[in-house]
Design a protein around this ligand. Sequence first.
Ligand code: URA
Length: 434
Amino acid sequence: MNMNDLIGKKRDGGKLSQEEIEYFVKGYTDGSIPDYQMSALLMAIYFQKMDKEETFHLTRAMKQSGDVIDLSAIKGIKVDKHSTGGVGDKTTLVVAPLAAACGVPIAKMSGRGLGFTGGTVDKMEAIPGFQTSIEADKFIRQVNSIGLSVIGQTAHIAPADKKIYALRDVTATVDNMSLISSSIMSKKLASGSDAIVLDVKCGDGAFMESFEDACTLGKMMVEIGNADHKRTIAVITDMNQPLGRAVGNSLEVMEAIDTLKGEGPQDITELSLTLAGIMIYAGGRAESKEQGYEMAEKVLKNGEALKKLAEFIEGQGGNPEIVNDYALFPQHTCIKDVICHNSGYVNQIAAKAIGLASQHSGAGRATKEDSIDLSAGVYLHKKVGDTVEKGEILATVYGTDAEKVERSAEEAEKAFSVSAVKPEQDELIKMIII
Ligand code: URA
């Protein structure tokens, strides 16, 4: 077999066999296939697409390129949750304690943010002392003792995806259905949980802008998960405006804590209860997702989920007092308000533009090597549909670099549009694929 023939076959619309897919995944991972040939194949896949069978083989080959974690030492049905990426998406920090407080063991591996989307690992590192890199035996012990641990993805999980994803990022081959679903599912299937709940974002701040594309992606990932004997459920959710009001690491953790105190924004509360309800159902602790929702609501109201979050923070080296004392978070030194210039209704808050404004305030990185300002980000005082008066504050930008904060505020201002007519609200939870 040789790579030149495979590139030509795919370029001409051919179907790659299991052996051919395994050949290029193995060869690219071990370095025997160079970047230029892999780039050409990715571009051929991008234009000619892969069918379902090819996508399944690609997912399996990438999953098997590294370690497949054995979580059998953890009692109960382990449930993982994954978001395809969005702006202001701090749901893991709410959903994981909600589900764990209802008895579902959560042994989760999360990623860092890149570009305009945030990542759970960066958010958790806004808690001073919090360790996201812990040994496997401590990870398993913590899930068995308090029911919840979240760590960063190790280099040994799906290394083929790690290399291929980095190449896709610089060859304009990210937004292909088969490449996205195999990338996400190879990591999820290697991470060892028994069930997977996928939050597939759809809209201007997501990889899939249209509802139809998000549904196709969700269905494909559900089929891949189920074929690997993991109960997999996808929820298609709105990402046309940022989720909640806070975008940026410390700001988002504070908002997640507020949500667990029952004081969070309505959208993040609703989405978190829905996802947690589905996880509780998938974890066998409820007979339906509706009953799971009620259980999640109960532990939110009686404070057990907040207590679980504090235990989780303490278990991973952070100070649990942070849930009561936000002065323990890294502090900003610069603030800039975004002022509204005409009265009316907030018609649109472009999610991607707010994500970029937050990134540029210091909260995100342009390359994996950049360091981030954990205090930086954008706080939205207004959401779509709110009334606003001329001179009112639409958003506030925080950070420690005055120039960055100033520039970010200019970008944030452009993300808002105000109209005389009240806009229709996008539905937050659009579809559940079981
Ligand atoms: N997240 C991933 O892990 N991979 C993709 O291709 C897109 C989003």
